[in-house]
Every structure is written in C-alpha cells, then in structure tokens.
Design a protein around this ligand. Structure first.
Ligand code: GLU
Length: 319
C-alpha cells in the first residue's frame, strides 16, 4: 500500500437503488460530495443492492446518470469500478461470509427464530421513539431446541452486544451516545433468507473501501453505535460520522421514492441542475437565498457549521 493512502480523506455515498432518487437522497449525496470535495478527498459511490427484490441495476445506472447530470462526479465505484471493487453489495457475498465467520470467533453470534409479529408485537419492548429492542429470547435456546427449530425454519443470526454505552463525536450533531444493550439490543448480521444484513455489510464495505467519512441521514443515527461496535471487533479505525437532517415534505411527512413531486424524474423536467443544487444548498444553510449554482462553486465555500441540525421541512413552493 502507498504510505500516503491513509492520509487521504475518503467519503462515500451509499444509496439503495430501489427507485429514482428523490430530494432526500440527493440532499445526502450533495452534502457528502461537498464535504469531501471541499477537502480534496475521494468520493466513492457504493450501490447497496443487498435486497434483490427491491433493487435493480437499472435503478443503479439511472442513479449514476442523475449524479453526473447534477455535477456530483465520483472518483470510484458504481459501474466505474476502482481498486476496492466490488462496489455493488450484491457482488460481495463471499466477503461478508468471511467476516461473519471471523466475527464468530470474537463475539457470540446465535440463531434467532423469532417471527416479525413476535419481534414487533405489543409485548415487545418499545423505546419512546417506537423502535423495538430485541429481548434476547433466542439467546437461551438449548442446542436441542435449536436443532428442532432448524428443521422447520431457517434462522436469522444475531450478534450479542454488551451492556455498554458507546459515544462518538458527530461532525453535525456533536457528542452522541447510545447504550448498545438497552437502546439497540442484539442485532441481526445475517437474515433468515441467508443474505447478510445491512449492519454487517455497511461496516465491512466501509472498512475495505477505506472510508474515513460517512455523511448520512439522522434516521440512521441509532445504527452508529452498533456499527462502531463492529469496527471494534474487526479492529478497524472508526470513520468520522456526520448525521444530517432528514428532509420532510412541506406537511412534515417523510419523502418517499413513490412521491413523484420530489423525484428527480419530475425535477429534471422543471429545473436545471444548478437550480436544484442551489435550492438544496439553501436548505443546507450554504446560501442566503436559493439561486442557481454549480456543485463546484458550492464546494469552494462549503461550511459544515452552517448545516442545520434539526430535520427540515421543505418550504412549500421551493420546488
Ligand atoms: N443504503 C442506505 C440507505 O440508502 C444508507 C446506508 C448508510 O449510509 O450507512 O438508506
């Protein structure tokens, strides 16, 4: 390895290609790109197509084309490839399997046969924000019980977490902390269909792609402590996280890939790329008013301290 390699900042955009990008995905891509571009780092595109039912190559290719149309060019990844290929998670099965086996040596990983309704039913422990914390009921199954259940169902696999608080300094939110056992619980690293789970895949890929900076929505904030726990088990350096506000519709709803008004398909018919970027940069606190501007011009003056911390409603009429 080149000795300067570890000094280079590497950021990534890791979309799930399950539809056309919407303003929320784009907001994340833009802030991630600006942060890296303003520091002359390398921006990597990783396609998180772990779920074959929901994702497709067609969406992945469209997404690349949309990014390039906007001027958010990537140095590595997607169909362009690069030295840490594969950049499509659907091609990484063997890599995840190897890490899964390695993790089994340093942590307890156990089969879980719980159904969705057992996990999410009224009796399951819920946190105040509605999240469910797994109660660990499959952890105490005897080997005989496991054998019996295996005959009927294939299990998911969970990794046991310690009753420990993990804290980290978020570049957007400041100090964040989470108790792994009480606020997240033992989590799934392999799904019951045999596929590897998001929490495992994302960490394995960010480690092997030497990612030093992760910009993503605050909706993923609760996943960060468990992911840091995996970094620790894998003895890998933890990247810097920036959890950015989630964009909401003017009436406060989460944006959806099914909502045509916020989809790039519609937006590209109405606006030029600099007009879209300027409006998003305005929401991100980078411009006093929305005006047409290129990605490169924005990068020259990008400042994290101006990015709001709270989730943001898109003002009616802005788009
Ligand atoms: N693929 C995830 C998503 O589209 C993002 C993963 C991440 O940024 O850690 O929501």
């Amino acid at each position: 390895m080149d000795s300067t390699e570890n000094l280079i900042l590497r950021g990534r955009f890791a979309p799930t290609p399950s539809g056309r990008m919407h303003l929320g995905n784009l907001f994340c891509a833009l802030l991630s790109w600006l942060s890296i571009r303003s520091k002359n780092g390398i921006w990597v595109l990783r396609q998180e197509d772990l779920d074959p039912e929901r994702t497709s190559r067609k969406f992945a290719e469209q997404l690349e084309e949309d990014l390039l149309w906007l001027g958010l060019s990537f140095s590595e990844g997607g169909t362009k490839g690069g030295k840490y290929a594969p950049y499509f998670q659907s091609e990484c099965e063997k890599i995840y399997r190897r890490v899964f086996l390695k993790l089994q040596q340093s942590a307890k990983i156990y089969p879980c046969f719980c159904t969705r309704s057992q996990l999410h039913g009224a009796n399951a422990p819920h946190l105040s924000d509605g999240r469910v914390v797994y109660d660990g009921r499959c952890k105490t199954l005897s080997p005989e019980e496991i054998d019996q259940k295996m005959k009927k169902h294939s299990p998911a696999y969970r990794i046991e977490v310690p009753d420990e608080e993990i804290s980290f300094e978020d570049g957007c939110l400041g100090e964040c902390r989470e108790n792994l056992a009480r606020e997240f619980g033992d989590f799934v690293v392999r799904r019951s269909d045999g596929g590897f789970a998001y929490q495992l895949a994302v960490v394995v890929d960010d480690i092997r792609m030497k990612v030093t900076e992760i910009v993503r929505g605050q909706d993923l904030l609760s996943s960060t402590a468990p992911q840091i726990y995996l970094y620790r088990l894998l003895k890998a350096p933890v990247p810097r996280f920036y959890h950015i506000p989630v964009l909401l519709s003017p009436d406060g709803e989460r944006l959806s890939k099914r909502d045509h008004d916020v989809s790039l398909e519609t937006l590209r018919k109405k606006y030029t790329a600099p007009e879209i970027l300027g409006r998003l940069a305005y929401l991100a606190g980078q411009l006093k008013e929305p005006k047409a501007i290129s990605a490169e011009e924005l990068a020259a003056h990008f400042d994290w301290s101006r990015v709001p911390r709270e989730n943001l409603r898109i003002p009616a009429g802005l788009f």
